[in-house]
Design a protein around this ligand. Structure first.
Ligand code: SME
Length: 153
């Protein structure tokens, strides 16, 4: 199964899992788990939510992570501040990258937009260099849209 086919089978599972539940914490928790266990070569999947000038750690799968990310530094804030998905092929080449797990070598961060405002980010890390590409970006953005549609904020 190639990457596109894998996402095409995973996205309906994401949708089914969130169906009928609207609590943000509950949906972030199961969303993280289904992606973490459904996609290969990941070491971390989780959410940060915007709390003023900080991004606060939310539900995740993986090793314990940095709890508060201060505005202006790191990949998560780059995505939150620009409102665009950020794909980092090698985190060691990204100035200001915040290392929570030494195993991480690449990362993708998808902004979570609610009613036009950046509400948080989905952050996914991999031990493989260059793990994430345009296909991941496309399908993870769709997955985040499903999360937003099913959730009451
Ligand atoms: N690497 C992120 C911090 C969060 S951890 O990867 C879970 C960043 O640079 O913002």
């Amino acid at each position: 199964m190639d990457k596109k086919q894998l996402y095409e089978s995973l996205l309906p599972q994401v949708s089914a899992l969130l169906q009928g539940e609207t609590n943000p914490v509950t949906n972030m928790a199961n969303f993280s788990a289904v992606l973490f266990h459904g996609l290969p070569d990941l070491n971390w999947v989780g959410f940060y939510t915007v709390q003023g000038e900080e991004l606060l750690l939310g539900p995740f799968q993986g090793r314990p992570a940095c709890m508060r990310l201060k505005k202006g530094k790191g990949v998560c804030w780059a995505a939150a501040a620009s409102g665009q998905t950020v794909v980092v092929k090698n985190v060691h080449d990204f100035a200001g990258h915040i290392a929570c797990d030494g195993a991480t070598n690449s990362e993708i961060v998808v902004p979570v937009r609610v009613n036009g405002e950046i509400w948080g980010v989905l952050d996914i890390d991999s031990p493989e260099v260059g793990r994430f590409d345009e296909t991941d970006k496309l399908f993870l953005e769709k997955a985040v849209e499903t999360f937003v549609k099913n959730t009451q904020f």
